[in-house]
Design a binder for this molecule. Structure first.
Ligand SMILES: Cc1cc2nc3c(=O)[nH]c(=O)nc-3n(C[C@H](O)[C@H](O)[C@H](O)COP(=O)(O)OP(=O)(O)OC[C@H]3O[C@@H](n4cnc5c(N)ncnc54)[C@H](O)[C@@H]3O)c2cc1C
Length: 404
């Protein structure tokens, strides 16, 4: 299918981006419903036309998310797309995964925005919140009128979630929250923060609203990775949260972990989008670049690199699609999600690095995408359970032994 490209006129990096038609070596499109393909194609169009022309300025500036796209993303049904009711699109999990793929084909920061809003904020409210909380927040979050963030990680507690130190103490019908949350996506633009804290009743979840006395937010600067995304620290000092703002059905660490499982599922798809962008760019570049008396694409070493990329993308697609079908059938186990997140992010990172290499010196400038995806994927490897943590989850699942 790729031989068609030979002999076409030289194209600019922008044209490569606009031309993106996806990578589908095994005709997996035939396994998708029309609705799933439509969801994917509309987000593909959005990413190409409305996001990618502006990503460079957001990455170059001191790291900012294109806030003006939020209403448009809401219009496309991208927030909480696999949730039902309350203004959510109610798509199946394969369509949801394809959406994540297309967003991350643009940038991991774009996908992160939708992941946090949907899987880490709307999902816990939908699953653990009261009727009043659902009515108040879900339609607003789905419509992009409100933004949310998810506060689990702390300066001293990342992978070791059980070590979180934020405390919630009950006083009458209010809870007093004290602690610090770090590395929180969308923290400073959030109207509501889902904050997880230890209490005498175990880990509980709270909806902390912007501007509450004692609640302060500060952005983290100097990031090399995920620059088109806002990352913040949340400071809670004697913040009074009414009992009505507690997620009443959430009790214990299994509640935040269930949210992470939703987001990790989306990442297993999303990482493939970044990998596809890098593969397409490297393929297009190597077909045009002349090296030592011939096209770069005509060198055996180059073909091996491109074939390895295509092979890993194809394997990752099969994995993601099967995962989605299992999720829709209610047969998904968290260890399956761990295996997929671990694998697909790992291969995406390797593909981004190989693509950057094939672009030579051009690969280090932001006219091309590979380097941006490469540094973004370093974050994606770390957040939502590091590569190591997913190794331990799958290891424990298959051996029954918790490794120390
Ligand atoms: C840009 C960005 C956005 C983020 N957004 C959010 C957000 O919205 N909300 C949120 O709550 N968090 C968020 N995070 C935090 C993220 O989830 C954590 O960074 C992640 O869980 C890892 O925690 P840590 O950074 O403390 O690393 P650590 O847990 O300290 O890990 C350091 C190293 O030790 C390894 N390690 C840890 N435990 C073990 C073990 N038992 N055995 C062997 N090796 C181990 C890890 O794999 C890693 O290599 C974000 C992070 C980033 C970078």
């Amino acid at each position: 299918m790729h031989t068609r490209r030979q002999g076409r006129a030289r194209e600019s990096p922008e044209e490569t981006v606009q031309r993106f038609r996806g990578v589908d070596f095994l005709h997996l499109d035939e396994l998708l419903s029309e609705e799933e393909r439509l969801a994917r194609d509309s987000v593909r169009e959005f990413t190409s036309r409305e996001f990618l022309p502006h990503v460079q300025e957001h990455v170059r500036r001191d790291g900012s998310f294109p806030l003006k796209l939020i209403p448009r993303m809401a219009e496309l049904g991208l927030f909480g797309a696999n949730l039902h009711g309350y203004g959510c699109a109610g798509m199946n999990n394969v369509a949801y995964g394809l959406i994540m793929q297309e967003l991350e084909r643009g940038d991991s920061g774009l996908r992160s925005f939708a992941s946090v809003q949907g899987s880490l904020v709307m999902y816990p409210i939908h699953s653990y919140g009261s009727g009043v909380q659902k009515e108040r927040w879900l339609p607003a979050l789905a419509a992009g009128r409100a933004v949310g963030c998810f506060g689990l990680t702390e300066p001293e507690a990342g992978s070791h979630v059980a070590g979180l130190r934020t405390q919630a103490k009950q006083r009458g019908d209010v809870w007093i929250l004290n602690g610090t949350k770090r590395w929180i996506t969308n923290g400073s633009i959030a109207d509501v923060a889902v904050v997880w804290a230890h209490s005498e009743e175990g880990v509980l979840g709270f909806l902390v609203e912007k501007g509450q006395p004692g609640f302060e937010v500060r952005d983290i600067h100097g990031k090399f990775s995920l620059r088109a995304s806002i990352t913040s620290e949340l400071f809670l000092s004697d913040v009074e949260v009414p009992e009505a703002n507690r997620l009443s059905s959430a009790r214990g660490l299994s509640a935040p972990l269930s949210c992470l499982n939703q987001a990790r599922y989306g990442i297993a798809w999303g990482a493939l989008g970044a990998a596809m962008a890098c593969y397409e760019e490297a393929l297009g570049y190597s077909l045009e670049r002349e090296v030592q008396g011939g096209r770069l694409a005509a060198k055996q070493l180059t073909q091996q690199k491109l074939v390895d990329m295509l092979t890993e993308i194809t394997k990752g697609q099969l994995l993601a699609l099967r995962l989605g079908r299992l999720k829709d059938e209610g047969k998904l186990h968290p260890a399956m999600v761990s295996l997929a997140k671990r694998n697909n992010v790992d291969v995406a990172l390797r593909i981004a690095r190989e693509a950057r290499d094939l672009l030579g010196a051009n690969g280090i400038v932001d006219d091309y995408q590979a380097m941006r995806h490469l540094v973004n994927l370093e974050t994606v490897r770390t957040y939502e359970g590091t590569h190591d943590i997913h190794t331990l989850i799958v290891g424990e699942y298959i051996t029954g032994q918790r490794a120390l």
